[in-house]
Design a protein around this ligand. Structure first.
Ligand code: GCU
Length: 682
């Protein structure tokens, strides 16, 4: 048991001695030495990680040697291994792509043996590229960290989604939009000369969970990031991240040809504008040859875009795509738009604007869609664009930062939320047309795919503000790599890596994690309520807010409480947002009695005396939900207190304080919401 104080900086890469005697003996005999013959920068990263991890985990020396002797851990690309006469059959590698890896030892089941092993128990980690081997190395270390049996490994893994990106909403002045863990990690003033060692630890953390891209700047973009001065700073970060298999992306402002280039227009149809972008993109690639591309917010929340000139989203995206295509870059064009002129129901706008554009985007454009049709609420039904644009690859945008879910003050594990979205069946091509299959490209046979998560990282020592928010960064990466993993399996891994392998601790923390999201929904926005947080900062309740300049920035717009009932009528007799879903979902959501209760007030204006499945009226059920949510936070507090002797005091204390705050805030939610709503029911 480790009772030393910890500050959380190491995240899930805590390499503590394996405190499982039997496994420790197995690992020590299986790994006498390491052979990692690569010469590229990534190979140096691999060696350094193994040199840091293995002696610490095994609590003994594990030398790096040139030739395998005894039971070696042999780590390198297929070609690097060939050079030291360890041959992996090309059949084994054919399906790996450039990011997949193999971890194997002994004679591989059902497959050709790996030839020329010094010993049947030697273990190899290999793949077609050095970053693939790095991901495999972290995977192997995870097996050891979580005390798995490594005697008969025959494991092949490749990502289901091509681009797995963290999006930082970081501004150049060091502030972070919706950041709750301190300042930006990027010290722009000191770059490119001064490289904060923390950048390496950020990259290690990302690489360890398979994240292969980072978008450094806020979607609400200024112009300065595209100046040569800032591109040079960006290039320094790109150079640093490259060995970790990570590409850098930027969010440009659409009007930058005017703001930086001195042009009189930023109209995407203007040849001068297109030429300006081409030149700018060429400059970027001279500095950053593997630049990933642009993430673009346009004509959304007052941000400029092609529609300012009467051009379409497709014309805007394609102009940028044409500049990026020769270099292999992509455009992530965001569909987060809600122009009141398009529809009075905000939830319907993006679909109405983007579905007609299906088939018009260049092949290197992905339309980036948030998980739900409003805005990262505690729970939303999946966005109806998934399954509605078969000719366009759609990137899934998730928010790791818990803007509307208690920020870094509440313990809310999002693995279950993201699984609910990924596993949702759009029925676009009949049953089984899940959001996951739309996003990974398999449903419509797209060769590119992307998942992007708004990061929750910052300069706080523990990276994410709340120690438990680290679980969401971790879960994002693991699901991005393999969306078939369960939220529970990921939680299990994370707890073992981050806290302890003690079964009592694992079970207790898992109980907290796995119940935390539903609890948050219950004490904030039960039964499909949404967007009733305090204005601006979005922390805490304010269901009565009605003073915004736009109707749909008011909270009363979303819940529509009146003497008759509660909820937004999006049925066929209301805004008819249900029509944007495929059958049979459309009919199911449309019918008050068939609509899943979790979305009830999202799709229906429900009479206060309507009876729910529990037999309770809507009003009674709401009270029950608020109580249940608070009850779970109380339970988490009790569980956490019981773990005091088994957790290091520093982290224990930190989390205890946050749980107190969460409980207080959850109670406030109940008090404010029920008091407000009771005005309509009494
Ligand atoms: C939310 C968030 C904004 C952000 C926007 C976006 O509305 O509150 O801060 O800019 O989403 O995703 O573009």
């Amino acid at each position: 048991m480790n009772i030393q104080g910890e500050d959380g900086y190491e995240l899930w890469l805590r390499y503590r001695p394996v405190d499982h005697p039997e496994r420790l003996a197995q690992y020590r005999s299986a790994i006498n030495c390491v052979v990692a013959p690569g010469t590229r920068e990534t190979a140096a990263v691999i060696r350094s990680e193994l040199a840091r991890a293995l002696p610490a985990l095994l609590d003994c020396a594990v030398p790096l040697v040139d030739k395998p002797t005894g039971n070696a851990l042999v780590v390198g690309t297929i070609d690097e291994l060939k050079a030291i006469s360890v041959f992996v059959s090309s059949d084994d590698c054919r399906d790996l792509g450039d990011e997949g890896f193999i971890i194997a030892n002994g004679e591989r089941k059902n497959q050709s043996p790996i030839s020329n092993f010094q010993s049947l128990t030697s273990t190899i980690i290999t793949g077609n590229s050095a970053p693939a081997v790095l991901t495999g190395t972290f995977h192997f270390l995870r097996l050891v960290q979580t005390h798995q049996d490594i005697r008969a490994l025959d494991l092949t893994s490749r990502p289901r989604i091509r681009h797995r990106i963290l999006a930082h909403w970081d501004n150049l002045d060091g502030s972070i939009e919706r950041g709750y863990a301190g300042r930006s990690l990027w010290n722009w003033d000191a770059l490119p000369e001064k490289i904060d060692p923390r950048y390496h630890d950020y990259a290690r953390a990302c690489a360890s969970i398979g994240i292969n891209g980072t978008c450094l700047t806020n979607v609400n973009a200024g112009a300065r990031i595209l100046t040569t001065e800032y591109l040079e700073k960006t290039a320094a970060l790109a150079d640093l991240f490259r060995p970790y298999g990570m590409r850098v992306y930027l969010s440009p402002n659409f009007s930058v040809p005017m703001r930086l280039g001195g042009l009189t227009t930023s109209d995407p149809r203007d040849p001068g504008v297109a030429a300006w972008w081409k030149q700018k993109v060429d400059e970027i690639y001279r500095l950053i040859p593997d630049f990933g591309g642009f993430q673009v917010k346009a004509n959304s929340e007052g941000v400029p875009g092609p529609q300012d000139y009467g051009a379409s989203h497709a014309e805007g995206a394609n102009m940028l795509a044409a500049a990026l295509a020769p270099h292999g870059g992509i455009v992530l064009w965001r569909a987060f738009v809600y122009d009141t002129a398009v529809d009075a129901d905000r939830a319907k706008c993006a679909y109405k604007e983007f579905v007609p554009l299906d088939g018009m985007f260049h092949p290197n454009v992905l339309v980036q869609v948030k998980n739900g049709p409003i805005d990262f609420q505690p729970r939303e039904p999946f966005h109806p664009l998934f399954g509605a644009m078969p000719q366009t690859p759609l990137a899934l945008e998730l928010q790791i930062a818990q803007e509307y879910l208690g920020q870094s003050k509440h313990l809310v594990y999002l693995g279950g939320m993201w699984k609910e979205i990924l596993d949702s069946d759009t029925h676009a091509q009949g049953p089984g047309s899940t959001v996951a299959r739309v996003v990974d490209g398999s449903l419509d046979d797209h060769s590119t795919s992307c998942i992007i998560g708004v990061a929750n990282t910052g300069s706080d020592r523990n990276w994410c503000g709340h120690h438990f928010s680290q679980a969401n960064w971790y879960a994002f990466g693991r699901l991005a790599w393999d969306h078939a993993l369960s939220g529970e399996a990921i939680a299990d891994e994370w707890v073992r890596l981050t806290w302890s392998d003690d079964p009592h601790v694992v079970d207790a923390i898992k109980t907290m994690l796995l119940g935390s999201w539903e609890a948050c929904i219950d004490y904030m926005t039960p039964l499909g309520l949404h967007h009733i947080m305090q204005e601006g900062h979005h922390y805490g309740p304010d269901p009565g807010f009605n003073a915004a300049p736009r109707l749909d920035w008011n909270n009363v717009y979303y819940h529509r409480a009146d003497a008759k009932g509660l909820g937004f009528d999006r049925s066929s007799s209301g805004s008819n947002a249900v029509s944007q879903y495929h059958s049979p979902l459309r009919e199911q959501f449309d019918n008050l009695n068939a609509c899943p209760e979790k979305y009830l007030l999202w799709f229906h204006h429900v009479p206060w005396d309507h009876r729910l499945q529990s037999g309770a009226t809507l009003w009674e059920e709401l009270q029950r939900r608020y109580d249940a949510g608070i009850g779970f936070v109380e339970e988490m507090r009790g569980i956490w207190e019981s773990l005091r002797p088994r957790i290091d005091p520093q982290r224990h204390e930190h989390v205890s304080r946050r749980l107190e705050e969460q409980l207080e805030n959850a109670r406030l939610w109940r008090e404010v919401c029920l008091k407000y709503l009771s005005r309509f029911t009494l």
